[in-house]
Ligand binder design. Structure first.
Ligand code: SF4
Length: 359
């Protein structure tokens, strides 16, 4: 039978596992959930790290631990407090799921240790279940995320095309499972994630520093960036018009319904649609800020206009006046807090310029 890159890897799997683990134990970043591990800290870190980079997560993780140090304190917190602690990390369904998961865990007589049981808990997919059970309970479950897909596709120079990351993860899971170290599955999984994050970069991977280079088909053929073969995401452009409405020292905000899928209970600047405003009637001189942001495959241009509302307008229940002094204590979505802070700073600077006589 001809030798394929995959059979070559499997033939050398014991060497590969020990080389990878040696590299990891020498080079791993001293992250708080690694220095002082517990099931709870592993779970929180895995939720925070979904779609978010380690350097962004670090300050949130420390603040979260100070406020909610265990499943019990998180389970007994109110959702507003939970969202407030998550504010700025985005993808708020993760915070709500983590909150629901804590409630489900404290209601159980014992902590589950099998991936299939964790997968039944809110917000836990195959990757998170494998990460939690391998790291916290030493279970033989392989984690396959974008980093691991990239490494495995390059090690094998596998030219199979995948529609998206989830399809690629499913495709590479059997190989990841075969390569998993039976003695240290948690460290092995973390080593693969660490290697993907710090060495096997999407662009210009640092193959000279890679403990797996001797088994890597893509680096041997000088084609590392050709793998994995993923369908490029189609970016869709959208525009949203938002209103800056102030009355008696308070700002008008929209509070999403507790049942909303993405932003439940979060505050944002209201859109023209929330206020039933005809966007065509807006005056360009009232444009306070225009900002772009990306959410999944959407590139959204947000335009914020100063708007005076008619006194007769009846505001729906989802629109609330929040005094400027209380803005700090409510849960605002991260970009909206940034925009509000920027607009207030611009307005304060304008005011100062008007008061100061020009030289
Ligand atoms: S040798 Fe290079 S391309 Fe191959 S796994 Fe290592 S860093 Fe990635």
């Amino acid at each position: 039978m001809p030798t394929t890159p995959e059979s070559h890897l499997l033939k050398h799997r014991a060497e590969l596992q020990s080389g990878l683990l040696r590299w990891y134990r020498r080079n791993r970043r001293p992250l708080p959930w690694r220095l002082d591990p517990s099931v709870y800290r592993t779970v929180v870190s895995e939720f925070m790290l979904q779609q978010t980079q380690v350097k962004t997560v670090l300050p949130y993780f420390e603040r979260w631990q100070a406020k909610f140090p265990d499943f019990e304190s998180l389970a007994s917190a109110c959702e507003d407090d939970v969202l407030k602690q998550w504010e700025g990390l985005g993808y708020y369904s993760r915070a709500r799921n983590l909150h629901r998961l804590a409630k489900a865990i404290v209601a159980k007589p014992v902590l589950p240790d099998a991936a299939k049981d964790w997968r039944e808990l809110p917000g836990v997919g195959p990757y998170t279940a494998a990460a939690i059970t391998s790291i916290a309970f030493g279970k033989l479950e392989a984690c396959v995320d974008g980093n691991v897909v990239r490494i495995l596709a390059r090690l094998t120079a596998d030219a199979t095309h995948h529609g998206d990351g989830a399809a690629a993860a499913k495709y590479f899971t059997p190989l990841a499972s075969l390569l998993l170290s039976p003695s240290s599955p948690g460290d092995h999984n973390q080593a693969m994630m660490e290697l993907g994050a710090t060495v096997c970069h999407r662009r210009d991977p640092l193959c000279r520093c890679c403990p797996l280079a001797q088994w890597c088909a893509a680096t041997k053929s000088g084609s590392t960036e050709d793998f994995p073969k993923l369908q490029p995401k189609e970016i869709e452009h959208r525009s949203v018009t938002r209103a800056w409405v102030v009355k008696d020292g308070a700002l008008l905000l929209h509070r999403s319904s507790p049942r909303a899928r993405r932003l439940a209970n979060l505050h944002e600047l209201p859109t023209a649609t929330h206020l039933e405003i005809d966007e065509q009637s807006l005056d360009a001189r009232d444009l306070l800020a225009r900002r772009k942001r990306g959410i999944t495959r959407y590139l959204i241009t947000e335009s914020i206009y100063r708007i005076s509302l008619s006194e007769q307008l009846r505001l729906g229940d989802s629109l609330v006046w929040i005094s400027f002094g209380d803005l700090q204590s409510i849960a605002l979505s991260g970009p909206h807090r940034r925009w509000i802070t920027e607009i207030l700073a611009m307005q304060a600077a304008d005011k100062r310029n008007k008061i100061l006589p020009s030289k």
